[in-house]
Design a protein around this ligand. Structure first.
Ligand code: PMP
Length: 349
């Protein structure tokens, strides 16, 4: 969900943005009004994430998967190789896409001990010392596996797919060569992708890189080489303002921890549901859980829907349920889910 306050503001301004007589959607991206709005959004994101000055922030098209291609095209020179850490389905997909462009060393880091999944200690990962970069996904949206410690790469540039991590908790940007994120979780609607990249990495794109994926070109043109997703950029700006009003990332992190704890605690206490992930790799944003008796899954989903609890079906690749509790989800929303789960457990055990 997006913050209700943001949706209401967008609704009010929909036809007439700040007395311009038109919608942001209708405005030229070259107009001074839009450029001011775009710059403000970038400045707010820089403030929220404490992005150092030697990093460029790019507002791109193409979603997370667009970056699965853009990263190797820009940063994996012909003849070099990259390490791809696989901790779930999105990092696996990123590795598969990169392998179309160059040599990829895939390192699986999830192990199952007594039926519980955990990420192996990053000091034991067999990294390649001369890799062009190490790519990983700190929060696996489908699998609900999160890594809170930043892997030690021995000086090799670290690239993170933060599609479902960005703005959920504090991140030390300076530890990363590049961070990217599709907007549609904690930033705004789909259609916008944020790239935060150390300037020294620009200018290495392969000749065949499509211009709309070329980081140097995008940076040189302030993300307006082609027409950017203007309305999504505007909504992202409203979300950044909202987040600042909430007290910024540290405050939202505190809320997110409370929300996640509420749900995990209940799942752990119950014999009716299970999560199956070790506590220090449990996602703050996406909480998968399974009913012990999976024949009750469809009954659970339809009863939940009757209570207004929707989008709980787990990803088709893993089954079960998944509660995605992004920044805009209030604690009361999670409490409502837990109350429903308790009642369903009582009625069905
Ligand atoms: N990476 C992660 C971590 C994701 O969660 C997703 C989408 N849920 C993607 C990549 C793919 O994003 P998109 O659909 O924007 O290409």
């Amino acid at each position: 969900m997006l913050p209700a306050q943001v949706m209401q503001q967008a609704q009010q301004e929909f036809l007439n943005w700040q007395n311009t007589g038109c919608s942001v959607m209708e405005m030229s991206h070259r107009s001074k009004e839009f450029i001011a709005l775009a710059e403000k959004a970038e400045a707010d994101l820089r403030e929220l994430m404490h992005i150092p000055d030697n990093y460029k922030v790019l507002f791109c098209h193409g979603g997370g998967r667009g970056q699965f291609s853009a990263v190797p095209l820009n940063l994996l020179a012909a003849g070099s190789k990259a390490d791809y850490i696989v901790s779930g389905s999105w990092s696996k997909a990123a590795a598969q896409e990169a392998a179309n462009y160059g040599e990829v060393n895939t390192i699986n880091v999830v192990e199952e001990v007594n039926g519980v999944k955990q990420v192996k200690d990053s000091r034991d990962w067999p990294l390649t010392s001369d890799a062009a970069y190490v790519h990983y996904c700190p929060n696996e949206t489908v699998d609900g596996i999160e890594m809170f410690d930043i892997p030690e790469t021995g000086g090799v540039p670290l690239i993170a797919d933060m599609s479902s991590t960005i703005l959920s908790r504090e991140i030390d940007v300076s530890q990363f060569a590049m961070i990217y994120a599709g907007a549609q979780k904690n930033i705004g609607p789909s259609g916008l992708t944020i790239v935060i990249i150390e300037q020294s990495l620009l200018g290495q794109a392969r000749k065949e890189t499509p211009c709309i994926m070329n980081y140097q070109l995008i940076a040189d043109n302030d993300s307006m080489y082609n027409t950017p997703p203007t309305y999504a950029w505007y909504l992202a700006g409203l979300v950044f303002q909202w987040l600042k009003e909430q007290g910024g990332v540290s405050a939202i992190q505190h809320n997110n921890q409370q929300k996640a704890e509420l749900l995990y605690q209940y799942v752990d206490r119950s014999d009716f549901y299970r999560n199956g992930i070790i506590s220090n790799n449990r996602s703050l944003m996406n909480i998968p859980f399974w009913l012990m008796d999976e024949s009750l899954d469809s009954k659970f989903l339809s009863a939940a829907k009757e209570q207004g609890l929707v989008a709980l079906k787990g990803h088709r690749s893993v089954g079960g349920m998944r509660a995605s509790i992004y920044n805009a989800m209030p604690l009361e929303g999670v409490q409502t889910l837990v109350d429903f789960m308790k009642a369903f457990e009582q009625e069905n055990s």
